[in-house]
Ligand binder design. Structure first.
Ligand code: AMP
Length: 284
């Protein structure tokens, strides 16, 4: 496994792989790797000849300086995990390598990015869409792997890739959870022991709504209340939003019908903000 820091090196290597007709799988991450990331790596390994993982804590997608600074980083441990998982290359550029002097070009995906995470974190998706564009242009992978954990991100990236005609197929994989039900996240490392244990209430709320929907509840507001009532039983939990939206347009739904519906939540425990979601009516 080679760790690549420079963009020209990454580009020329990617060009060589294409000439050799290798299928390239790419997993973009911000590091502090956990089983959620590794599930993406495993699928990439299964599907592709060559696996490239990027580790880049992207300053452009953080709307709060503190959050960016406290974001966990551990390249040594990450590289060891990725060696175990037979990754071929890590692309770990620093910020200057991605955002050169006089950098001025950003990608803005309309409609999908002003709600949910976009409403709570202004500029977040502009940063995400821009860095993913740069990474896809640098590597030009056949497949790029994303987690359902960041549901809105997956919808935004799929839209962008279709709109801008990238030749990469986006693969979205299920949420990996801790035993308690808490969705795995690099930010979980910032929770105290008690908070981490209590944070499983988020999943319990989502599960309660899912069960209610299965039993026939069709009213999105009622489903949202069920999530809220469950999460509010935990005094340490501070709800930012609970949204029940169409999983493609991210518009609120009036009634749960046939289409896939996303229930997405953001909840803080102390200073740590967590997101999670579940999908109703997913057609397998
Ligand atoms: P991040 O390092 O947080 O930017 O995440 C990198 C990728 O891993 C994103 O596509 C995430 O959606 C995905 N990911 C993060 N946590 C999980 C999880 N618990 N299960 C599945 N995928 C995840």
């Amino acid at each position: 496994m080679e760790i690549i820091n420079r963009r020209p090196r990454m580009m020329s290597l990617a060009r060589k792989l294409r000439r050799e007709n290798k299928t390239v799988g790419f997993v973009p991450t911000m590091g502090a790797l956990h089983e959620g990331h590794l599930s993406l790596v495993e699928e990439a390994r299964r599907m592709c000849d060559v696996v490239i993982v990027s580790i880049f804590v992207n300053p452009a997608q953080f709307n709060e300086k503190d959050d960016f600074q406290s974001y966990p980083r551990d390249l040594t441990a990450d590289a060891a995990r990725l060696t175990e998982f037979q990754v071929d290359y890590i692309f770990a550029p620093d910020a200057d390598e991605i955002y050169g002097e006089n950098f001025s070009t950003y990608v803005y995906v309309e409609n999908l990015t002003d709600t949910l995470e976009g409403a709570s974190r202004p500029g977040h998706f502009r940063g995400v869409a821009t860095v993913v564009t740069i990474l896809l242009n640098t590597i030009r992978p056949d497949f790029a792997f994303f987690g359902q954990k960041d549901a809105q991100q997956a919808v935004v990236i799929k839209r962008m890739v279709e709109d801008l005609g990238f030749e990469t197929e986006i693969v979205v994989l299920p949420i990996v959870r801790e035993e308690s039900g808490l969705a795995m996240s690099s930010r979980n490392a910032l929770l105290g022991d008690e908070e981490r244990q209590k944070a499983s209430i988020i999943y319990k709320g989502l599960k309660a709504a899912k069960i209610a929907a299965k039993e026939g509840e069709r009213n999105p507001e009622r489903l949202s209340e069920i999530v809220r009532e469950t999460i509010e039983t935990e005094p340490l939990a501070n709800i930012d939003y609970i949204a029940v939206v169409d999983n493609e347009t991210l518009e609120p739904v009036e009634k749960i019908g046939e289409n896939a519906v996303l229930i997405a939540v953001a909840v803080s425990f102390g200073k740590v903000r967590l997101i999670d979601n579940t999908i109703l009516n997913r057609k397998q």
